[in-house]
Design a protein around this ligand. Structure first.
Ligand code: TNX
Length: 818
């Protein structure tokens, strides 16, 4: 129902909107009075069936149905008090969203809204005010609510959004926008039904459970545009998320202009792409990077403030400092063994050993940096990282050891605690609070320091018990660099699956904590690490809707959270995303297929991750609609069939259309997603060089052991194996684990793809030399090999025998045919 840029939505069946709009309206008891429903009946329907309440995310904490209906139409106006810029800004925001979704902007009248409202309140029901006065959305202040709380009162006479704080007014606007866009359907259908929005009278009393509802964005590993950061802020605001934790520095890039130290960005913001030995070395123009100027940052911070989002900057120390040390080598541990002459901004992922040193001059540098950071970011908090600071260099350095001794400090871990305390003191003296990853939780930590718990929730528990404030962002459920499903449509990232449901079911409440300790839990945050997330669109795909689940965890009381109900509310959320052009993952409702095939036909089982709603399909090349064939049981179909399918919830399409053509060739091909990985070392979904981003599904592999298994292959006939492979740079810091990897077992200079029968340590039954692909950067089909004839079905294991660690080989697909 929202107007947006996406043509895709126009293809939705025209009937869908009407059916959904009607279905929702009736189920909600939101139909017009003429429908015959009594107010009392409608009220019971709404309370008795919470699953059918309007698609508000996060779920409000109290909704009380009232008698009557309010009609929102082209005469509706928005009223704001004359001298209340927050109310004006909330009204503008509401008007903008409604314009984009309903094609109509209510006029905003500025005046003494409080007085107008009390006149309205005095009017007796019989003495109905003139039509234009009936249809007003009024923003006004009300004393005594929390800073983010709001009240939304819908009566036949008008809508009043009241709050004590500006954020509350804004959140009331967000809720009302969602209530006015409850369906899903095409913009054309919305235009037909407008003006005809009827809302049941009700009172919403709402306030967040936690003050910190955050999203962390890593702009260091991959850089996102200023425009994108602003759009991310917009989307966060639509979910009542209120903290953007901005990860601005890391080993692979320093992204923030610091005027006193220009090399941090002239050097630290750029890195050469990873290559493998033998790959053509790129020239300097291939450098990857970018940074945010101070002016851009101030603009972003001010913009976020209008959306009631606090931006908390993160400057990593003492580890994850390679880019800074590359820019200013004197900040590093120059006398560590072996001395690193190769300092450049790293293009490798993983944990690096470069740490800041602990000289007074380095603290001066860090304080200078933080002074400029505090000048750009008015937030009460500064995040100083502290994670994964491996102490190899500190332990190996005579000068660091000498300084440690001089300070009377016991060991390298205690030295990091000292480091954090020094920086914390500096921040406190400037009125800011230090936040760090849970590694900073050490004896002597200042009581006002905040622990961000990422290695599970133990850090949060310990911090809260100790009396330190804490935030929950544990791996894996709140790590959005993990994929969301096993579907080949997922973006590159980590192979581990963190589904929407995994996020939603994350339990923030720790029953082992006492009441006073619980008060130290400030909230929750999803973390978007971007090692493998190269583009802005993919950042969004990884974030939404999982960050919508975070929003609900952080906002709604535990008693208001309900997974099936959340799924119902997701359908209109997806429609809003579509309309506003926000890329998102439909993985929870996307159609998944399982195929088995015979000679002339194949059998197809369909499902969705949510196991909810209906799957409807077509075989005639048309996109499925709510009255297309209903999938009930596995389908047996002839070869050369194209099938399209989608999930539907109450007649509304809940997923994108899945489409697949099945013929002998496609059925013979299995890609890395269809195969099983031999091990679970470091599972990633990767793509070849950045330029090949448009190829099909990313490559699924364990970088510690590139090896795949195809189960139950019928080898009764003489069969040929074709495989497509690609070399990838091994750009991972894995420390001493590198020595454990199996390499150097190749028979030729470039290595081979080996095929083993029923196991991976059995003798090789076929071998495909890699020479044909070894000097290319793209996916290459190798010359075919013949498989042995063996009776019955067998497992085939595919593994790469390679002379060196680098390049790392990935299998894109195999084809087994006659
Ligand atoms: C660990 S979580 C890190 C990050 C990585 C992330 C995902 C944390 C505090 N540190 O540096 O990006 O894993 O790979």
């Amino acid at each position: 129902m929202c107007y947006g840029s996406k043509i895709e939505r126009l293809s939705r069946a025209a009937g869908t909107t009407a059916a959904l709009a009607l279905g929702v309206a009736l189920a909600l008891g939101l139909g017009r009075p003429a429908s015959g429903a009594t107010a009392a009946h409608a009220a019971t329907a709404a309370t008795a069936n919470p699953a059918l309440q309007p698609g508000i995310i996060p779920q409000p904490n109290a909704i009380v149905p009232q008698p009557g209906w309010f009609t929102y139409d082209s005469r509706t106006v928005i009223r704001v008090p004359a001298d209340d810029p927050d109310a004006r800004s909330a009204a503008d925001y509401l008007a903008d969203l409604l314009t984009r979704c309903l094609g109509h902007a209510p006029a905003i009248e500025s005046g003494d809204a409080n007085a107008a409202q009390s006149r309205l309140a005095r009017a007796k029901p019989a003495n109905i005010p003139p039509a234009h006065a009936q249809s007003a959305i009024t923003f006004r202040r009300r004393a005594g609510l929390g800073p983010e709380a709001y009240r939304l009162e819908i009566t036949a006479r008008g809508i009043v959004i009241s709050a004590t704080g500006g954020a509350g007014l804004f959140y009331g606007a967000v809720t009302l926008w969602q209530m006015l866009t409850p369906g899903s359907g095409s913009p054309a259908a919305a235009a037909q039904t407008f003006p005809a929005q009827t809302l049941h009278a009700q009172t919403i009393r709402d306030a967040p459970a936690y003050p910190w509802r955050g999203l962390m964005l890593d702009s260091a590993r991959h850089f996102q545009s200023v425009t994108f950061i602003r759009s991310m802020i917009d989307t966060m605001a639509m979910h009542k998320l209120n903290v953007l934790h901005w990860h601005l520095t890391d080993d692979q890039g320093w992204r923030l202009e610091i005027r006193k130290y220009p090399r941090l960005t002239s050097v630290g913001a750029w890195r050469m792409p990873a290559t493998w030995p033998g790959e053509t070395a790129p020239d300097a123009t291939a450098a990857y990077g970018g940074f945010y100027t101070q002016d851009q940052v101030r603009g972003i911070v001010a913009y976020a403030a209008t959306r009631h989002i606090d931006i908390v900057p993160e400057i990593e120390m003492p580890g994850h400092a390679q880019a800074a040390v590359a820019a200013y080598p004197q900040l590093g541990v120059t006398d560590a063994q072996p001395h690193r002459a190769d300092l450049a901004v790293s293009a490798k992922w993983g944990v690096h050993t470069h740490l800041f040193n602990v000289e007074p001059s380095t603290f001066t540098f860090l304080e200078d940096v933080l002074a400029e950071v505090m000048d750009m970011f008015p937030s009460a908090y500064v995040h100083v990282g502290g994670d994964e600071a491996v102490k190899d260099e500190w332990n190996a350095s005579p000068s660091v050891r000498a300084r440690t001794q001089a300070l009377g400090i016991q060991d390298a871990d205690a030295l990091q605690a000292y480091f954090t305390q020094e920086i914390g003191r500096y921040l406190s003296a400037h009125g800011r609070r230090l936040i760090g990853w849970d590694e900073i939780l050490r004896p002597g930590l200042a009581p006002d320091a905040i622990i961000m718990s990422w290695r599970g929730t133990a850090g949060a528990r310990a911090a809260a018990k100790r009396g330190n404030d804490t935030l929950l962002s544990p791996w894996p459920p709140l790590y959005f660099d993990n994929r969301q499903s096993a579907l080949p449509t997922e973006a590159p990232g980590r192979l581990n699956i963190v589904s929407l449901e995994d996020v939603y079911r994350f339990e923030l409440h720790d029953p082992t904590l006492s009441k006073p300790a619980l008060r130290h839990v400030l909230g929750i945050q999803g973390n978007l690490w971007t090692e493998h997330i190269q583009t802005d669109d993919r950042v969004q795909w990884m974030a939404w809707p999982r960050a919508a689940a975070v929003a609900e965890l952080g906002w709604s009381a535990a008693s208001r959270r309900d997974w099936p109900n959340f799924l119902q509310r997701l359908v209109p959320l997806f429609a809003r995303y579509d309309a506003l052009g926000i890329p998102y993952a439909d993985s929870v409702f996307a159609v998944a297929s399982q195929v088995s095939h015979g000679r002339d036909q194949f059998t197809l089982a369909l499902s969705n991750q949510a196991s909810m709603g209906e799957i409807r399909y077509t075989l005639d090349g048309q996109d499925p609609g709510p009255s297309s064939m209903l999938y009930a049981a596995p389908l047996t179909l002839p070869l050369d069939t194209e099938i399209r399918a989608a999930s539907f919830l109450e007649s509304a399409r809940a997923s994108r259309v899945w489409m697949q053509h099945f013929d002998a060739r496609s059925l013979a091909r299995r890609d890395s997603h269809d195969l099983e990985l031999c091990s679970k070392g470091i599972g990633l979904l990767l793509e070849p060089a950045a330029g090949s981003a448009s190829r099909g599904a990313p490559l699924a592999l364990d970088i510690m052991n590139p090896c795949w298994i195809d189960r139950g292959v019928d080898l009764d006939r003489a069969l040929t194996l074709t495989a497509a492979v690609v070399p990838l740079p091994f750009n991972y810091e894995i420390g001493t684990d590198a020595a454990k990897l199996r390499v150097g077992d190749a028979r030729s200079a470039d290595g081979e793809l080996e095929v083993h029968l029923d196991g991976c340590d059995t003798p090789v039954v076929a071998m495909l030399p890699l020479a044909a692909a070894a000097r290319l950067e793209s996916v290459t089909q190798l010359p075919p090999a013949t498989l042995p004839r063996v009776a019955g079905r067998h497992d085939l294991c595919f593994r790469f025998a390679r002379p060196r660690l680098d390049p790392l080989w990935a299998l894109d697909w195999i084809e087994i045919g006659e």
